[in-house]
Design a protein around this ligand. Sequence first.
Ligand SMILES: O=P(O)(O)OC[C@H]1O[C@H](O[C@H]2O[C@H](CO)[C@@H](O)[C@H](O)[C@H]2O)[C@H](O)[C@@H](O)[C@@H]1O
Length: 382
Amino acid sequence: MTNQNVLVSDVKGVAMAVAAMKNQSLFSSSVANSMIESGGGGGCNFTIPRSIKLLKVETAEVGGGAARVNAWVDSLRASSPPRVKSTTTAPSPLNQTEDEESSWNLHHPSAMSMFEQITNASKGKQIVMFLDYDGTLSPIVEDPDRAFMSDEMRKAVRAVARYFPTAIVSGRCRDKVYSFVKLAELYYAGSHGMDIKGPSKSNKNKNANQAVLFQPASEFLPMIDEVCKILMEKTKSISGARVENNKFCLSVHFRCVEEKSWAALAEQVRLVLNEYPKLKLTQGRKVLEIRPTIKWDKGKALEFLLESLGYANSSEVLPVYIGDDRTDEDAFKVLRDRGQGFGILVSKVPKETNASYSLQEPAEVKDFLRRLVKWKRLSTPQ
Ligand SMILES: O=P(O)(O)OC[C@H]1O[C@H](O[C@H]2O[C@H](CO)[C@@H](O)[C@H](O)[C@H]2O)[C@H](O)[C@@H](O)[C@@H]1O
């Protein structure tokens, strides 16, 4: 898919951002306090925060049939690769030699081995923790409805949230991810950040706006519902295919579909998307994700949450974002561009990433979170 970025000053872009913002029932008060730019909506009584650039519109250009479908299929195949030890004589299925693998490890060392560097960088700063859900807090499983988080992981996340403001940032519908995590003291950004809500249980952060609720894509709700129904109908004959309604976006799952049927499934997605130019496609682990063309992603959600927490343009914050998926790259990139905090990629295999460090799997994420809590406990005067 070709994304055509329209200039920030583009009228359509402004109108779309304005329409999205108009649908807010409740808005982050800390963000609202710092709002300085007019929404440009001619008489609208709301504004857009300076630091949040929502004004780029991506136009999905869906055409080019078979080539596009083949590219998606190839990309899906690589999205959840098995771990195969490569040798210098025989490259792995990812065409990575041992040299390349050790170079990757050098550039993205384990967050466990870099633990002291991370805690040193946090001196005098507030760590804010951002956690992706699937593949980060819960292991990848075949049935998306059964991607449960272990009690030990929940305990670790609860302990982290006691010391650091903590947000779950997921592609899933917010209610669904909450039903897995079950911790009321956290911030939740569902639908790839298009559905943000503050904690329902108070936490210690006095600067934070707990009542935050932000849904920049609400105007797309009817369209997403419509496309969900169409796709369910069109894919029902493909064994193992599954369409998941994530409220402001959709997931089309390939994991349980035989590989020989992937192209047929991807073709159905392409045909439907052709009829909806206001929707675009992104990709996760054996999943195609359909979402509105507004320029809003996990990276924007991270910036929005930092602002809601009172850390807009602050040097007193150290954001740490842990995620395993391509969609998490938007957040890693924001941290890299800001030169602030650390992105940590959860992966057993080398991947192209904007993250600084790596962790192998959810079990290691849990160990990292526990270690952070232990360090904080020991370094906090009683
Ligand atoms: O942003 P995330 O929290 O990582 O959500 C991304 C997608 O996660 C889920 O799908 C993935 O996990 C499933 C359960 O382990 C697995 O079956 C699937 O193959 C993975 O792609 C979720 O079901 C999707 O809706 C999310 O978009």
